[in-house]
Design a protein around this ligand. Structure first.
Ligand code: SF4
Length: 210
């Protein structure tokens, strides 16, 4: 079966929006500043954006604070008037959903649960705040399964009655652009996805490769 082209779906949606007079509101779940850089640059002309930092997976807490501070600095330096809504740091939520899946690699069931939780929270928050759309920056990562993210986003949308913005922010050279913007704004680019297990794996890889 042919893979759905979520980048093309997004292009079509943006074209429709650009033909209307009013900008809809979008809750954009953000995992970190580098992934948000291209995504914000790409979407800012089409939406009134609210960034949503909900990442109980990040470990340790100092890393959570650093990634959040970098996101706020990026928004200020890009000169976008975009508020950042922060979900309190509660790592126990992540540890409970990752229980028994600690040794699995990236793109495994642990990651699906981790992403599912953050999408669920984003849909719920978008509903609570009356946003027209919600989505996540996560599809810009070449390490993440965009198909899963979009399929689950659609399920959450149905549950809360808020439209999910399908995406593949890697399209239009999005990932490369995020690296350029990271350089331009001197952003901290972390070398692990976020959780303690990804940190351990990244450390092991570093030692193995010298
Ligand atoms: S590797 Fe990333 S997506 Fe997977 S569980 Fe850890 S933080 Fe979540």
């Amino acid at each position: 079966m042919a893979k759905t082209n979520y980048g093309k779906i997004l292009d079509g949606k943006l074209k429709d929006i650009s033909e209307k007079c009013e900008k809809p509101s979008l809750l954009l779940h953000a995992c970190c500043a580098p992934c948000s850089s291209h995504t914000l640059d790409f979407l800012n002309d089409y939406f009134d954006i609210l960034l949503y930092f909900c990442n109980p997976n990040i470990s340790p807490e100092s890393e959570f604070i650093y990634r959040l501070d970098e996101l706020k600095r990026l928004v200020a330096e890009m000169d976008f008037n975009i508020p950042v809504e922060v979900e309190e740091y509660k790592p126990e939520i992540f540890y409970s959903l990752a229980k028994g899946l600690e040794n699995l690699p990236e793109r495994s069931e642990r990651c699906r649960k981790c992403i599912r939780y953050r999408l669920e929270m984003s849909g719920q928050k978008a509903k609570m705040l009356g946003c027209d759309y919600f989505t996540t920056t996560l599809t810009i990562s070449p390490h993440k399964d965009s198909g899963f993210i979009n399929e689950y986003g659609a399920e959450v949308a149905e549950k809360y009655g808020v439209e999910y913005l399908f995406s593949d922010f890697k399209k239009h050279d999005g990932y490369r652009h995020s690296i350029e913007l990271s350089k331009k704004y001197n952003l901290y680019r972390q070398n692990y996805c976020g959780c303690i297990y990804s940190k351990i794996n990244s450390e092991k890889d570093r030692l193995k490769n010298g």
